[in-house]
Design a protein around this ligand. Structure first.
Ligand code: HEM
Length: 395
């Protein structure tokens, strides 16, 4: 438990630190990677280059500090971040390293203004926040490990098949290399894939949604080929160009909270754009298998037909369902984007909606849904990449 004195100091200085948040976390990352270059095997270098992770960590630490006297209020946010952490194999022993360098960066940026009292209070607070993360992440690791075929951290998988789904999306079917069982997962969850890319000094991790329903055969991810010059695209380009059937990659166990609630029987709408279709495939297939009577609308937006994956699979699934609608809009051919009217016409607003796609797409869809009278609890979404302000909103 944090002492009252430390709590008061943390709450009163959180706004000051927040003002310097980006400077502090920028200094933090710089010093962290000089002292612990091995952590570059975990962090996403592209996020670092764009400064995105800096913002995410700063937001989370200050938001947590503001709620330091009632950490229960931020448990949902801790869980969401925890899902990301466990899917990257973050361990308890990483927390003191991050704490030391975060406090060091606070001292570096604030200079004399960072008195011993302030530093000690933040050290205490960081310890409390870190313990909350470590506890929740341990529960998640135990849950993943206790499934049949489950594991913690990374495990070798072999590429069992590689299938082109559209001009820019290719699926990879993955089986445990040791022949163990493929664990179940929730529709909508993702895995982290870790690869060693020739010419890159450090291992690289990327998260991909599982793109089919859980089965005993394999996992499937479906990867969009990114621009060869985009640092964010290195893993994608490597998978497309160099990773083939029989090759080994490392995976973490499925994680994530953007999941379909299989208990519900109310109508469900899947709204996706581009490669955002991947978690929807896992959800749609699960509904088709387990609740073929559940009313479903599948609304998808692609640039054109050649960039439209899974069309045949979706149509086949639709045929097995009683009340399913499927609409695709091609923006290049004048269909435009998914408008409020399209959503209104093809979905029912007494159910849940799952949204996934590029950030601009998500923002537009969420605004349409709110305008159409959907309540926040009905709208579920997942941004690819660090959740930026979302943590703050949720906290
Ligand atoms: C991601 C907060 C400790 C490694 C994140 C995100 C937040 C966050 C908000 C973004 C989540 C998202 O993308 O949805 C925190 C807080 C910590 C903490 C508040 C301490 C209390 C750690 C530790 C490590 C770590 C100890 C390991 C050394 C990462 C990595 C990512 C991440 C690798 C993914 C983003 C990237 O690769 O750039 N963390 N974190 N974090 N965190 Fe933490």
């Amino acid at each position: 438990m944090l002492s009252q004195k430390s709590m008061d100091i943390v709450k009163s200085t959180a706004p000051v630190l927040e003002v310097h948040g980006v400077a502090i976390t920028t200094a933090f990352y710089k010093n962290l990677f000089v002292a612990h270059p091995e952590l570059l095997n975990i962090f996403n270098h592209a996020n670092q280059a764009k400064g995105r992770q800096q913002t995410a960590l700063a937001n989370a630490v200050y938001a947590a500090a503001v709620h330091i006297d009632n950490l229960a209020a931020i448990i949902p946010a801790v869980k969401q971040i925890g899902q990301k952490h466990v899917s990257l194999g973050i361990k308890p022993e990483h927390y003191p390293i991050v704490g030391e360098h975060l406090l060091g960066a606070i001292k570096e940026v604030l200079g004399d203004a960072a008195t011993d009292d302030i530093i000690n209070a933040w050290a205490e607070a960081y310890g409390v926040i870190a313990d909350a993360f470590i506890g929740i992440e341990e529960e998640m690791y135990v849950a993943a490990e206790s499934k049949e075929g489950g594991w913690r951290f990374f495990k070798d998988f072999v590429i069992a098949d590689k299938v082109k789904e559209s001009d820019n999306i290719t699926s990879f079917y993955l089986k445990p290399a040791d022949g163990s069982a493929v664990p179940t997962f929730e529709p909508g969850q993702f895995i982290t894939i870790r690869v060693s890319i020739p010419g890159e000094k450090y291992l690289m991790n990327r998260q991909y949604s599982l793109s089919k329903a859980a089965d005993t055969e394999s996992f499937r991810i479906s990867v969009k080929k990114e621009d060869e010059n985009d640092p964010e695209g290195k893993v994608s380009v490597h998978l497309h160009n160099n990773v083939n059937v029989g090759d080994i990659v490392e995976l973490t166990a499925p994680a994530g909270e953007f999941i379909l609630d299989p208990e519900k029987t109310t109508p469900v709408t899947f709204l996706s754009g581009g490669v955002g279709i991947t978690p929807m495939m896992s959800m749609l297939e699960t509904v088709a298998k387990q609740q073929p009577n559940r009313p479903v609308s599948f609304i998808y937006s692609a640039r054109n037909e050649s960039l439209h994956p899974f069309d045949h699979d979706i149509r086949s699934l639709m045929e097995t369902m009683e009340d399913a609608k499927y609409v695709t809009l091609y923006s290049d051919s004048g269909d435009g984007f998914i408008s409020k009217d399209v959503i209104k016409e093809h979905s029912r607003n007494d159910g849940d909606v799952y949204v996934c796609g590029p950030v601009g797409f998500m923002e537009a869809m969420i605004n349409h849904l709110l305008d159409l009278g959907y309540a926040n609890e009905q709208i579920h979404y997942e941004f690819f990449g660090p959740a930026l302000q979302l943590e703050l909103v949720q906290v």
